[in-house]
Design a protein around this ligand. Structure first.
Ligand SMILES: *[C@@H]1O[C@H](CO)[C@@H](O)[C@H](O)[C@H]1NC(C)=O
Ligand SMILES: *[C@@H]1O[C@H](CO)[C@@H](O)[C@H](O)[C@H]1NC(C)=O
Ligand SMILES: *[C@@H]1O[C@H](CO)[C@@H](O)[C@H](O)[C@H]1NC(C)=O
Ligand SMILES: *[C@@H]1O[C@H](CO)[C@@H](O)[C@H](O)[C@H]1NC(C)=O
Ligand SMILES: *[C@@H]1O[C@H](CO)[C@@H](O)[C@H](O)[C@H]1NC(C)=O
Ligand SMILES: *[C@@H]1O[C@H](CO)[C@@H](O)[C@H](O)[C@H]1NC(C)=O
Ligand SMILES: *[C@@H]1O[C@H](CO)[C@@H](O)[C@H](O)[C@H]1NC(C)=O
Ligand SMILES: *[C@@H]1O[C@H](CO)[C@@H](O)[C@H](O)[C@H]1NC(C)=O
Ligand SMILES: *[C@@H]1O[C@H](CO)[C@@H](O)[C@H](O)[C@H]1NC(C)=O
Ligand SMILES: *[C@@H]1O[C@H](CO)[C@@H](O)[C@H](O)[C@H]1NC(C)=O
Ligand SMILES: *[C@@H]1O[C@H](CO)[C@@H](O)[C@H](O)[C@H]1NC(C)=O
Ligand SMILES: *[C@@H]1O[C@H](CO)[C@@H](O)[C@H](O)[C@H]1NC(C)=O
Ligand SMILES: [Cu+2]
Length: 801
């Protein structure tokens, strides 16, 4: 996935970047297309948008630019941290990677939100990278309160980490690309031959091939038992420029062009003279030196394999015959009478029908929802992504060694501006998103879109001989799309009139593929020399339920086949019944969805039964695609102690301020010794009538086939989970909707029509709602934070489209 863009970045920038992987500034790639400077987005999307003022401030709001600048300056003032500004830093300096809000502790938050408590102070979680040492490490720090004063303190975030001192070792602090280039140049004649290229100079090499590989890095003991850090890299061909009708373009399909040649290197320590090549893999044969590889190549009969080249096939432009009538403007959504929800933009607070919630946004995990209330009662305190793992497998070490933990790269930095009319309806309400990384604050216009839409199937319907009744299924969607390297993730939360909330993730973009040779056990051959590389996506979400208070219990209402003898029949009947069982302890907190969906999983407050004595609750269940899945691989050799959140379909734990997230963005640095070890959350706590959190996985087992070329499609690569009221109300709340109709009829005619006060559509469609000038697509805004110049906030502005 992303590794390649990062290496492009290294190759294309003279500036030393302390930690290549976390750089949030994604500059035009090595051979990237020319980019336009784009200044404005002219869709009048927020026109006539009803506003509201939240009764309480958004205490989860992202750090403002001023807060980020303040805390960065404060940290630079702490001489013991010995920080160098990112702009001046090299790998042997200490730098600030990310500053983000450290959310208030829940009791403080609730005392403010629900009572007369004071507004919680603003605290910051700062991730620092200590490069000025032989053993570089990352460390999370607590800083606060902000704005900084004499009272402000800073200390390691030990209470939120299972690692000692909240530190994690960094084993790839230095740039190893020269090592790979040097080794490659020693076999440039072989490369030229087997990969059909003309490699005379290092420039030829670096303009033809991108050399990158496993993530995370491996560790293995040498013969003396000392830990060695191993990197395997593969050769990827840069896509050729393709000529399209209006000029040329480089499609971003490098991950479709593996070349089948791999180098193994020892990159232990910080002294480049101690690094070295350990082996070569080609055609499923391993050679333990360049010399061995050369000898084999010189033998007559050395088997050469086909090469992957770019070309039109990696392009995503229209191709093939235009289908009948297909080029005619298709149906599209309109919002004829204006927006039907209210927004407090400053507080990022939304009111739609009977739902209210706050939004926020983080560098690591993108958008998050807090304090979701339904009919005035909180049902969810927090809902959001925790981590996304993409775990590959293959007969080559690069696929086998790839298990991306995507929050490492971050979902925030890549939540690019959504395209009106494509990513979202033209009338969508747009929120800008901001994150602070590498001492730079960046905003994406319309990183989050919010819109209502007709789901185009009814939420309710019934007819008989006398009447028909039908209700439109109008739902509110909150959407954010992040392109993390080769893959595009569409995240959304959908609110429905029946009180349900659905979490959906979809994937598109370029697959990371494998070389075809002898790889048939790990996927299909999908192009000339290409295999779709099998992988599992597992995306973990946290849902902190508060059903009628914080004291909740997970109950399973199990339907079960049973033979029962009743009083009214002497024969035993084969039938089914239902029983209830509670998840009472974290010892039983790791679960999978039952076979045949026979368990209904309900989160209830046992102390608040409805009038029939049934506990009121919300049910949670998979709703689309691969929901309910988890990683196939057990005890992954790549993820080691960092996959705890992904080996079951869902989990329940007791909520703790010290267990905010299922993973850390920096676990990828050293997966054996993660900053957050999810498994350690399970320490036997009682779960009966406690403040509980559910962590569920969405995802898919992805074995790419020819239909993934050139891009995976959202229509099938999707997964969803829905929560829905369960004996929570006494009837279906969607009956409140006026957007329904009852038509009474007799044998041959309609007699009466009831519309319940829903207003008819009148007037003309405002054309601004159905047309948009794509030349107004809007890019990034960047604000450098150190030194901070609030008078000239856009000095570092660059466009990213
Ligand atoms: C946007 O819409 C509002 C209300 O409909 C209107 O007053 C305003 O002039 C519009 N702005 C632009 C730039 O069209
Ligand atoms: C940092 O130190 C300088 C010099 O002592 C001082 O002027 C500035 O206010 C300090 N900034 C912060 C945020 O502590
Ligand atoms: C502080 O960092 C610099 C590099 O930025 C390094 O040369 C120096 O040794 C460090 N000082 C201490 C006391 O660690
Ligand atoms: C929040 O809770 C943690 C863990 O209990 C505690 O260490 C920390 O001091 C609390 N933070 C604040 C600001 O009260
Ligand atoms: C908040 O304060 C008001 C006035 O002092 C008091 O009437 C009310 O009960 C308090 N509410 C809570 C939840 O403490
Ligand atoms: C790569 O080769 C150059 C030229 O021989 C040498 O100076 C440099 O140290 C080498 N780099 C590595 C990482 O081996
Ligand atoms: C090698 O590359 C050249 C173009 O550089 C192409 O014409 C030729 O067909 C390729 N050979 C093979 C065996 O793919
Ligand atoms: C591309 O070419 C077509 C056909 O020549 C032309 O109609 C169209 O305007 C061109 N588009 C751009 C963006 O130049
Ligand atoms: C979103 O960002 C753009 C570009 O910086 C800015 O012009 C606009 O005012 C922002 N919108 C809001 C609602 O802050
Ligand atoms: C069950 O069998 C007994 C003995 O044959 C009979 O008396 C009784 O009526 C039967 N009960 C039912 C419900 O058929
Ligand atoms: C429709 O039915 C009504 C009585 O149900 C009858 O009076 C009328 O003639 C019918 N109309 C037609 C067109 O069949
Ligand atoms: C930003 O640009 C202004 C105007 O060019 C210049 O005066 C100022 O020094 C710059 N600030 C920084 C932090 O580079
Ligand atoms: Cu996939």
């Amino acid at each position: 996935m992303r590794a390649f863009s990062i290496l492009c970045l290294l190759a294309s920038t003279a500036v030393a970047i302390p930690s290549p992987k976390i750089s949030s500034v994604r500059r035009p790639g090595h051979r990237g297309p020319n980019r336009r400077d784009i200044v404005t987005n002219q869709v009048n999307t927020t026109a006539a948008s009803p506003t509201i003022t939240a009764s309480k401030d958004n205490i989860w709001a992202s750090l403002t630019n001023d807060e980020a600048a303040d805390v960065i300056a404060y940290l630079h003032n702490q001489t013991d941290l010995n920080l160098t500004s990112v702009e001046d830093a090299g790998p042997w300096d200490n730098t600030i990677m990310v500053v983000d809000l450290l959310v208030p502790n829940k009791t403080d938050a609730l005392s403010y939100m629900d009572g007369n408590g004071t507004k919680p102070e603003r605290w910051v979680l700062a991730s620092l990278l200590f490069g000025a040492t032989e053993e570089p490490y990352a460390q999370d720090w607590v800083v606060g309160p902000v704005p900084t004063t004499e009272e402000t303190v800073y200390y390691p975030y030990t209470y939120g980490s299972q690692a000692k001192d909240a530190k994690i070792r960094v084993f790839d602090q230095d740039d190893h690309s020269e090592l790979y280039a040097n080794a490659s140049m020693e076999i440039k004649d072989i490369i030229s031959d087997i990969l059909n290229a003309t490699i005379e100079t290092q420039d030829d090499l670096s303009s033809t091939f991108d050399i990158w590989g496993i993530d995370p890095l491996w560790h293995q003991p040498d013969e003396n038992g000392n830990d060695r850090v191993i990197s395997w890299v593969g050769f990827w061909r840069y896509p050729d420029t393709v000529q399209m009708q209006n000029g040329s373009i480089n499609f971003d399909g490098e991950t479709l062009l593996p070349q089948g040649l791999y180098l193994q290197c020892d990159i232990t320590g910080r002294d480049p003279s101690k690094w070295g090549l350990m082996g070569v893999l080609y055609g499923d044969e391993y050679y333990s030196s360049l010399q061995d590889f050369r000898s084999a190549w010189e033998q007559p009969g050395f088997e050469k394999y086909a090469v992957n080249y770019g070309g039109d096939w990696i392009g995503t432009d229209q191709a093939g015959e235009v289908l009948p009538l297909e080029e005619i403007a298709p149906p599209m959504p309109v919002q004829p009478a204006g927006q039907r929800f209210k927004v407090d933009e400053e507080n990022k607070y939304i009111e739609w029908m009977d739902f209210t919630f706050y939004l926020t946004f983080t560098r690591d995990t993108g958008m998050r929802l807090y304090d979701i209330k339904y009919k005035g009662q909180r049902i969810i305190y927090e809902l959001g992504l925790q981590e996304a793992v993409a775990h590959y497998a293959g007969n080559d070490p690069v696929q086998s060694g790839t298990a991306y933990l995507d929050t490492y790269y971050g979902f925030g930095p890549y939540a690019f501006s959504q395209i009106p009319g494509f990513d979202m309806p033209l009338y969508a309400y747009c929120m800008n998103t901001t994150f602070h990384a590498s001492e730079l604050s960046k905003s994406h216009r319309c990183g989050i879109s919010i819109f209502e839409a007709d789901q185009n199937y009814l939420i309710q319907r019934h007819s008989n001989a006398d009447y028909i009744s039908a209700t439109k299924n109008i739902a509110l969607t909150v959407r954010s799309v992040s392109t993390v390297g080769n893959y595009d993730y569409n995240f959304e939360y959908i609110f429905y009139l029946d009180g349900s909330i659905e979490t959906v993730v979809r994937a598109s973009g370029y697959i990371q593929s494998a070389y075809y040779a002898k790889n048939s056990e790990y996927g299909y051959q999908i192009h000339d020399a290409l295999a779709g590389s099998m992988h599992d996506h597992s995306l973990n979400f946290k849902v902190d339920f508060d059903i009628l208070g914080t004291q909740n219990t997970v109950v399973k209402h199990v339907i079960e086949a049973k033979d029962i003898k009743y009083k009214w029949n002497n024969l035993t009947r084969s039938t089914m019944h239902m029983y209830r069982t509670e998840v009472t302890s974290e010892d039983h907190g790791k679960m999978n969805w039952s076979a045949n969906s026979q368990e209904q999983v309900v989160i209830v407050n046992k102390d608040v039964p409805n009038k029939y004595g049934e506990p009121r609750g919300y049910k949670i269940m998979p709703s689309r695609g691969g929901a309910g899945m988890h990683l196939t691989i057990k005890n992954s050799s790549n993820l080691i102690n960092s996959q705890g959140f992904a080996d079951h379909a869902y989990y329940v734990t007791k909520r703790k301020d010290s267990e905010l997230r299922a993973s850390s963005a920096w676990n990828d640095y050293d997966t054996a010794n993660p900053l957050v070890d999810f498994n350690k959350f399970f320490d036997g706590d009682n779960l009966e009538q406690e403040d509980i959190v559910m962590w569920f996985n969405l995802g898919m087992h992805h074995v790419p086939h020819t239909g993934d070329l050139p891009n995976t499609v959202f229509s099938t690569a999707q997964s969803g989970m829905i929560i829905t009221p369960h004996n929570y109300l006494l009837s279906d709340p969607s009956r409140q909707a006026t957007q329904q109709i009852r038509i009474d009829y007799t044998d041959n005619s309609t007699t009466d029509v009831y519309t319940f006060g829903s207003q008819p559509v009148t007037g003309d469609i405002e054309l601004a709602q159905v047309a948009w000038d794509p030349y107004t697509y809007y890019g990034d805004v960047a604000v450098r934070k150190f030194p901070y110049d609030p008078q000239n906030p856009f000095n570092d502005t660059e466009s990213i489209v």
